[in-house]
Design a protein around this ligand. Structure first.
Ligand code: HEC
Length: 182
């Protein structure tokens, strides 16, 4: 133990001597990032060629994980989505479970646990005209379209959900509808 302490003291003394040995030379830098910062140029757009930050993304840029939606909020595109748009996800328990989770957060208040349109807001008469899924001729494409754009009184839910989560909800709504039709 003594030896160890002596060694430590010697090390510290030597470190002090060497670090101060030559005032004209740059000494060893502990965490050099603190001394030599990267000069970010906030206004590189104005022609500066430094490392750029704060730039607007180039037109057409797609944020990581986002998938552009090519169907517009029109009746024609509702029909197009209804027949052409297919889920990219596999039908499995994992997707269904997460779909249920998301449905319970975002849809259940109006559409109800079973999808019969009997959610809390419907019971409290805060929202009228919520349909039962079994009374609508819906497909996975049309359900996705309605989540993206909304429909009449129902608003869009696109910004609260990722692409994957939307498709998981679609899967779950499909299951609810099937169960209602039994
Ligand atoms: C604030 C209440 C409310 C919430 C929350 C809500 N909806 Fe709706 N939804 C409605 C109403 C009202 C309609 C009837 C729209 C119409 O056809 O006029 C509807 C209709 C639908 C339809 C049938 C559309 C069609 O093509 O006929 C689907 C599918 C649907 N909603 C899915 C969802 C999903 C999935 C969520 C959650 C992400 C959700 N809704 C959240 C109120 C709501």
């Amino acid at each position: 133990m003594r030896k160890y302490i002596k060694f430590c003291i010697a090390f510290v003394v030597l470190a002090m001597i060497f670090s101060c040995s030559d005032k004209r030379e740059r000494q060893y830098q502990y965490m050099p990032g603190m001394y030599v910062a990267v000069p970010y140029e906030a206004d590189a757009e104005k022609g500066n060629t430094g490392v750029s930050s704060n730039l607007k993304p180039v037109e057409g840029t797609i944020a990581r994980g986002n998938v552009p939606y090519e169907y517009a909020n029109t009746n024609e595109d509702y029909e197009r989505a209804k027949y052409n748009l297919k889920s990219p996800l596999v039908q499995d328990e994992f997707n269904l479970e997460n779909g249920k989770k998301m449905y319970t957060i975002y849809c259940v208040s109006c559409h109800g646990k079973k999808g019969d349109g009997n959610g809390y807001l419907s019971q409290a008469e805060k929202f009228l005209g919520i349909p039962s899924y079994k009374d609508r001729d819906i497909t996975e494409g049309s359900i996705y379209h309605v989540i993206m754009h909304g429909k009449n009184l129902m608003g869009s839910h696109s910004s609260q959900l990722t692409n994957k989560e939307r498709w998981q909800i679609v899967q779950y709504v499909g299951k609810l509808r099937k169960d209602l039709l039994k």
